[in-house]
Write a protein that binds this ligand. Structure first.
Ligand SMILES: Cc1cc2nc3c(=O)[nH]c(=O)nc-3n(C[C@H](O)[C@H](O)[C@H](O)COP(=O)(O)OP(=O)(O)OC[C@H]3O[C@@H](n4cnc5c(N)ncnc54)[C@H](O)[C@@H]3O)c2cc1C
Length: 388
């Protein structure tokens, strides 16, 4: 018979947030087990996945605090963000006025974030990592939490934390529902080299029936981010690199000159999720499992890091790791920190992909208002930067 694995805290999912949470508990004296269904190689050396994560200033600080600052060295600074609406002459501009470094944020490849957080967990031994270890059953009672792994092993923990994707199976196993919002479209990300310089400016462009973003990377290279109904994205995933580059140049009206595809393309279905509760008996949700953002406002991982920090600080301050009052405080802080932007993001995503006349009028009005109201732009920039 296999021995029972016992921990103070068992974390499901060694994605970036599960790993960051283990680091946030570093030095607490708690015995933490991290359970990941993917094999070790996929976590230790994650493949390039096309995502360029815009890290706020506070997230950059947390990455350094958690021993994963090396990932920031591969980042590209974001000096300004511009929002364009179709052919409208108005552009909303957000910049980092007042920031010494002059940057709104830093664009860091997701696979480097994951790799450095993994290295940090390994170096600090902040958690015992079990890879190829899928959690297939889960329950909690007033005394403890219990999990079963796919290979039949049993795990006991005083607290179970699930950071197991926005489609979290373990959220459902705990009877916690989520508001899911399926946008019926997909987002494709692809690195492209282009003729004209981007000047470290990110451009988000809401055209007719499509949304394009160009995120500036090192050199004359950007991440081309395209949102379209899923069947159109599937076609573009299958196009030859030359066909794809010609299509991207046409969609951006040659603003950056001719483009060339320089890395693999990746597509993600656009589904937002917000859990009805973030905590249960001896249980908490983190990362996308708690708040799965639409990527348009670039805050999913930033919220994941903030959640890991909040939960770890409540646990450190409590007498018991699964103290109900501490878990509820985490829930209330994380809800306050995420719900307004979650709601605003979904509204923006819907408004800017709706080509019916009332939506177009509203967009035009919002653009004109934003272009003349400096306090509005400053408030948005402050939110993007998350300077505390
Ligand atoms: C195109 C795109 C662009 C983005 N850009 C930004 C951005 O600019 N800024 C930003 O802040 N965020 C951004 N995000 C969001 C960010 O990528 C996510 O918020 C982040 O990856 C979530 O991390 P996570 O650890 O919660 O979940 P995940 O990365 O989904 O990891 C979950 C882990 O749990 C494991 N798992 C699942 N079920 C089980 C189980 N039963 N047993 C064991 N293990 C399990 C999985 O294998 C996986 O490794 C973007 C997302 C996309 C798609």
């Amino acid at each position: 018979m296999q021995a029972m694995l016992e921990y103070d805290i068992a974390v499901i999912g060694a994605g970036p947030v599960g790993l960051a949470f283990a680091q946030a508990l570093r030095g607490s004296g708690l015995h933490v087990g991290l359970f990941e269904r993917a094999p070790e190689a996929a976590i230790a050396n994650p493949a390039f996945d096309g995502r360029e994560i815009a890290l706020t200033h506070h997230s950059q600080k947390l990455m350094r605090d958690y021993g994963a600052g090396a990932a920031l060295e591969d980042g590209a600074p974001l000096r300004e963000a511009r929002v364009l609406d179709g052919g409208s002459p108005f552009a909303l501009r957000f910049n980092a006025e007042g920031d010494k470094a002059g940057a709104l944020g830093l664009l860091v490849p997701n696979h480097r974030i994951r790799q450095e957080l993994f290295n940090a967990v390994r170096a600090d031994a902040s958690a015992e990592l079990h890879t190829g270890a899928e959690v297939t059953a889960l329950s909690t009672d007033p005394r403890e939490g219990r999990m079963t792994l796919a290979d039949g092993r049993e795990v006991r923990a005083r607290l179970i934390v699930a950071a197991d994707t926005r489609f979290s199976e373990n959220r459902r196993r705990m009877g916690i529902g989520a508001r899911m919002l399926d946008f019926g479209s997909s987002m494709m990300v692809a690195r492209v080299a282009h003729e004209k310089p981007h000047q470290a400016i990110a451009t988000e462009w809401f055209g007719h029936g499509q949304t394009v973003a160009m995120l500036p990377l090192a050199g004359d290279v950007s991440s081309f981010v395209l949102t379209l109904p899923t069947p159109r994205i599937t076609q573009l995933m299958e196009a030859t690199p030359e066909e794809f580059a010609a299509d991207a140049t046409r969609r951006t009206q040659s603003r950056w000159g001719a483009m060339e595809l320089v890395a693999t393309r990746h597509a993600y279905p656009l589904v937002a999720a917000y859990a009805h509760r973030f905590v249960g008996r001896r249980f908490a949700l983190l990362g996308d499992a708690a708040v799965g953002m639409h990527p348009v406002t670039a805050h999913g991982f930033n919220f994941g890091l903030a959640g890991a920090e909040r939960l770890a600080s409540e646990i450190r301050a409590a007498r018991d790791v699964a103290d109900t009052a501490a878990l509820l405080r985490f829930e209330s802080r994380h809800r306050r920190g995420t719900f307004p932007l979650f709601t605003a993001t979904n509204t923006i995503a819907k408004l800017y992909t709706d080509d019916r006349a009332p939506a177009r009028l509203l967009r035009g009005a919002a653009m004109r208002l934003g272009a003349v109201l400096k306090p509005v732009r400053q408030a948005v920039a402050a939110q993007l930067m998350d300077v505390r």
